[in-house]
Ligand binder design. Structure first.
Ligand SMILES: Nc1ncnc2c1ncn2[C@@H]1O[C@H](COP(=O)(O)OP(=O)(O)OP(=O)(O)O)[C@@H](O)[C@H]1O
Ligand code: NI
Length: 425
C-alpha cells in the first residue's frame, strides 16, 4: 500500500530582484509517496533547489512563495491544529502554506530536514561536531515537549534535563542524553570512533566524514522527509557511492521519504523510484523511473538522457544540450514552451505554453509538451532559424541581483506589489 506523504500543487516561488521578477519555480506539481525517493533532475538554474527550499520553508527575501499548495500528510498534526486552522486541513493532510510561520518552522528538523552539497555550511567551525548534533537533538526534544508536537515520543523532557540544560552554556552539551544521542547518530552514519569524533571540530573531518556528520545532524529529529540537495556532488566517486549506500540503508531502517536533487542521472537511476525533470522553473516530465528513463516523451528529457555514457562510474552527468539555459526573468520568458528555442521538434503549437498532458506508461507519467498529445508533425515544424534574432537573452546560472551583467531597464521591471499573489502568506 502506498500513501502519498507530500503533494505539491501549482507551487510558484519568485525572487523580486532589481532586474525584475525571477520566476524560479513556476507552477510545480509533484507527488511523493511515503518511503519513496523522488528525484528532481535538470540543468543548472532550472529551479531545483528553490523548489526544495520552498518545501522546507527556507526561502528568504527577495524570494517569496506567491502561490500554490503543499499538502503534507501527518494525522497527529492535522488533528492538533485542525480547530485553529480549519482552512489548512483536509482530512489528515495539512497545507503547509496556510499554517502560521511559527507552526511551519516547528516542522523543520522533526518532520522535514535538509542536507546540502557543502557540509561546511551546516556546521559552525568553532563548535565540536558532537555538540552541534546534540543541539539538533535538543531542539527536537523541546519540540516534542510541546503539546503541539507532531509525534508522540516516549522520552519526556524531564526536570533533570531541563536543569542541566540551563546550567550548560550553548557551547557545551545541553544534556548528557543529547550527547549520548549525538554519539549514537555518528555511529549510525558510519563514523568510526564516534566518541572521540564527537569531540572534534569540523575541520578535523574529511569531506566524506563531514557529509556523514551532516546527515547525522539532519536525522537528529527523525524527520519524515529528508531533502537532499546534491548531497554527493562535491565528493569523489568512491565516497559518493558510500554516502548513497548510507542514505539507502537509513531509508530502509527509518522508513524515511527522500527528495533528492541531483545533476547526475546515474544517481537518479540508482536511488529514485519517481523522477521529475525540471526546466525553466517547471517540471516538464514526471513519472516513475521507468516512465522517464524508458518511455520519455519530452525532447528535453531525451536530450538529457541521450548522453548518458556511463551510468555506473561517476559519469551520467547531464550533457550540455545546445542552446542556452533560459532566463527566468518574467518579462523575458514569454508565453511559449520555454524549451522551444532549443528543441529539435519545435512546432507552431509550441508557441503556446503547453499544459501538462498524461502520457503512456504509469498513471504518474505526465509531460508538459504537445508531443504527448499530438505527436510530431513535420508540416508544422518551425524553421530552424525561427528564434534567431528574436531570441530572448540567455539566462545565467544563479542570476541574482549582483551577478547579472546586463543593465537593468527600469521600465521593464515588475515591482513586487504588482505581482505577488501572496494569498497564503
Ligand atoms: N536569492 C536569489 N535571488 C535571485 N534569484 C535567485 C535567488 N536564488 C535563486 N535564484 C534564481 O532562481 C533560479 C533557480 O535557481 P535554483 O538554485 O533553484 O537552480 P538549480 O536548478 O538548483 O540549479 P543548480 O543545479 O545550479 O543548483 C535561478 O535562475 C536563480 O538565479
Ligand atoms: Ni541547486
Amino acid at each position: 500500500m502506498t500513501e502519498e506523504i507530500l503533494r505539491v500543487e501549482e507551487l510558484k516561488t519568485r525572487f523580486f530582484t532589481d532586474e525584475g521578477q525571477v520566476n524560479a519555480v513556476d507552477g510545480v506539481d509533484l507527488s511523493i509517496d511515503r518511503g519513496d525517493t523522488y528525484g528532481i533532475v535538470g540543468e543548472s538554474g532550472s529551479g531545483k533547489s528553490v523548489t526544495a527550499r520552498s518545501i522546507i520553508d527556507l526561502i528568504e527575501p527577495p524570494g517569496e512563495i506567491t502561490d500554490g499548495e503543499i499538502w503534507y500528510r501527518e494525522p497527529d498534526l492535522a488533528a492538533a491544529i485542525g480547530d485553529d486552522y480549519p482552512d489548512a486541513i483536509d482530512g489528515d493532510r495539512i497545507d503547509l502554506l496556510r499554517i502560521p510561520p511559527s507552526v511551519r518552522r516547528s516542522l523543520r528538523g522533526s518532520n522535514f530536514s535538509m542536507i546540502f552539497q557543502d557540509p561546511q555550511s551546516s556546521f559552525n567551525p568553532t563548535i565540536t561536531v558532537g555538540e552541534q548534533i546534540a543541539e539538533a537533538v535538543e531542539v527536537q526534544r523541546r519540540a516534542s515537549a510541546n503539546p503541539r508536537s507532531t509525534r508522540a515520543r516516549s522520552e519526556q523532557y524531564t526536570l533533570t534535563s531541563m536543569i542541566l540544560g540551563s546550567m550548560f552554556s550553548s557551547r557545551r552539551y545541553v544534556s548528557p542524553e543529547s550527547r549520548e544521542r549525538a554519539i549514537e547518530l555518528l555511529e549510525l552514519v558510519g563514523i568510526p570512533d564516534p566518541i572521540e569524533r564527537a569531540d572534534q571540530y569540523p575541520h578535523e573531518y574529511s569531506g566524506g566524514m563531514l557529509q556523514r556528520a551532516m546527515i547525522a545532524q539532519a536525522l537528529a529529529g527523525e524527520p519524515d522527509v529528508l531533502i537532499a540537495d546534491e548531497p554527493t556532488t562535491a565528493l569523489d566517486v568512491t565516497i559518493q557511492a558510500q554516502i548513497l549506500d548510507l542514505l539507502d540503508e537509513l531509508q530502509a531502517e527509518m522508513g524515511m521519504t527522500i527528495l533528492l536533487i541531483t545533476h547526475n542521472l546515474g544517481v537518479v537511476a540508482r536511488m529514485c523510484n519517481r523522477v521529475g525533470v525540471m526546466y525553466a522553473g517547471e517540471i516538464v516530465e514526471r513519472g516513475t523511473l521507468e516512465d522517464v528513463f524508458d518511455d520519455y516523451v519530452h525532447p528535453y528529457t531525451a536530450g538529457l538522457l541521450g548522453s548518458v555514457p556511463d551510468m555506473e562510474g561517476g559519469g551520467g552527468r547531464l550533457q550540455p544540450i545546445s542552446g542556452n539555459v533560459p532566463s527566468l526573468l518574467d518579462h523575458e520568458m514569454g508565453d511559449r514552451c520555454h524549451f522551444a528555442d532549443r528543441c529539435p521538434k519545435a512546432m507552431e503549437d509550441c508557441l503556446n505554453h503547453p499544459p501538462e498532458y498524461p502520457a503512456s506508461g504509469s498513471d504518474h507519467h505526465a509531460v508538459r509538451c504537445v508531443l504527448a498529445e499530438t505527436g510530431y508533425n513535420d508540416g508544422r515544424a518551425l524553421p530552424d532559424d525561427y528564434f534567431d534574432g528574436t531570441d530572448r537573452p540567455a539566462g545565467d546560472k544563479h542570476v541574482g541581483p549582483d551577478d547579472r551583467d546586463e543593465d537593468s531597464d527600469d521600465e521593464r521591471q515588475h515591482p513586487p506589489a504588482e505581482t505577488t499573489g501572496g494569498e497564503h502568506q
